[in-house]
Design a protein around this ligand. Structure first.
Ligand code: PLP
Length: 400
């Protein structure tokens, strides 16, 4: 008996899911179809496809076979019924919000969302007459209270960028449902291998595919998926008209990258846990944030809702920016860059990466010290990553 997708593990889905319908000429890999338009000799068939009554493609801003293969793979990995993709993760977030919000609406979220998302909440939505309420991340009672007052959307991110705070997704989904809100979770940090928010009761789950899904820092993309096909249809319609479409070349690169998602995550989180444990023993390190540490504020919730704790961690150093300036250039096996989720370890201060859009005061209000370093662990051998950080800390110590 062959297995349904529900019966397979994430590693198998990552390799095989969503591809079969797109393989042509006996190819074992999906083709890149860069064609902007798709032609028809039969005028009636063209019309049927154009009005959405028959499957097919008309124009690249709407749909594309390579891009659809990517959407199908994410859809199956997240246990969704429908998915639609975007040019970037921010396009997935903004298009999803703008699809459902109208002037006078209220949205509840948390203070610790990704910097770009936070800017939408603080700069763009208020200009549209939308009331934005940002609660302390992890304060579940406060979120429930605000949601109960009524809101159109409850927007969450867990773990958060960059201090990897955890929110109880199941509990928040119940609160959102009770208030009639659409509950959205940014699952970029966890990946579908480690966390499936739809199974915890949320309506929409989205990703920056630029990060762990692609995994090789060579393609930008975003995606949103859900159980309710009508919700996804509405977001798709907003995107097809507003135009933040995923490029077929990016879709191909991300699908290729996704085949190793499960393998990469296993190695990357092994490195993250080892590095987090080591950093706890370094005297110049003030705080270490990693949900896999028993000292993490919401380790128990993370253990309950995640299959693995992910590859992201951050730590705060004594001496703030001066120490950051000394430490980071000494690392041999880390990119100092504003990215995460790649096979190479990548480091950066929050003030120049995730929260560059914010003022120092705004960062302080979010509990992000200027000496906070975010680490996205790569797939390098664990001993080499540990040795690298050790030699960098050692070199600073000798100079002091
Ligand atoms: N969501 C999270 C959690 C992120 O970290 C990022 C970017 O770092 C985004 C969304 C935005 O993704 P993109 O850069 O693909 O627009």
């Amino acid at each position: 008996m062959t297995k349904s997708w529900n019966e397979t593990q994430a590693g198998t889905k990552a390799v095989w899911a969503g591809e079969k319908d797109y393989l042509v000429h006996g190819a074992t890999q999906i083709p890149v179809i860069p064609s902007v338009a798709f032609g028809y000799d039969d005028m009636d068939e063209w019309y049927e496809v154009a009005v959405g009554r028959k499957k097919g493609h008309i124009y690249g801003r709407n749909t594309n076979p390579t891009v659809q293969a990517f959407e199908d793979k994410v859809k199956i990995l997240e246990g969704a019924n429908a998915a639609t993709s975007f040019s970037t993760g921010m396009a997935a977030i903004s298009n999803t919000l703008y699809t459902f919000l109208t002037p006078g609406d209220r949205i509840v979220s948390i203070k610790d969302t990704y910097g770009g998302t936070n800017k939408i909440f603080t700069e763009f939505l208020p200009k549209m007459g939308i009331d934005v309420v940002l609660c302390d991340t992890g304060d579940h009672e406060a979120i429930e209270k605000e949601v109960a007052k009524g809101c159109s959307i409850l927007y969450l991110e867990s773990p958060t960028n960059p201090t990897v705070k955890i929110t109880d997704i199941k509990r928040m989904a119940q609160a959102g449902k009770k208030a009639g809100a659409i509950v959205v979770v940014d699952n970029t940090f966890a990946t579908p291998v480690n966390q499936n928010p739809l199974a915890l009761g949320v309506d929409l789950v989205l990703h920056s595919a630029t990060k762990f899904l692609g995994g090789h820092a060579d393609a930008l993309g975003g995606v949103v998926c859900g159980l309710d096909e009508q919700l996804i249809k509405k977001i798709y319609h907003y995107r097809e008209i507003n135009g933040a479409t995923m490029d077929p070349w990016a879709a191909y690169l991300i699908v290729r990258g996704m085949k190793t998602l499960s393998l990469r995550m296993k190695k990357q989180e092994e490195n993250a846990l080892a590095l987090a444990q080591y950093l706890q023993s370094v005297s110049i390190v003030e705080d270490v944030y990693y949900p896999g540490l028993e000292t993490h504020l919401n380790h128990d919730i993370a253990k309950e809702q995640m299959k693995g704790f992910g590859a992201m961690l951050s730590f705060a150093v004594k001496g703030g920016v001066d120490t950051v300036r000394e430490l980071l250039p000494r690392l041999q096996f880390s990119h100092r860059a504003a990215n995460l989720g790649a096979v190479e370890t990548t480091v950066g201060p929050a003030r120049t990466t995730s929260h560059v859009e914010c003022t120092p005061e705004e960062r302080a209000a979010m509990g992000i010290p200027e000496g906070l370093i975010r680490v996205s662990c790569g797939i390098e051998d664990t001993t080499d990553i540990l040795d690298d950080f050790k030699q960098a800390f050692q070199a600073i110590k000798m100079e002091q």
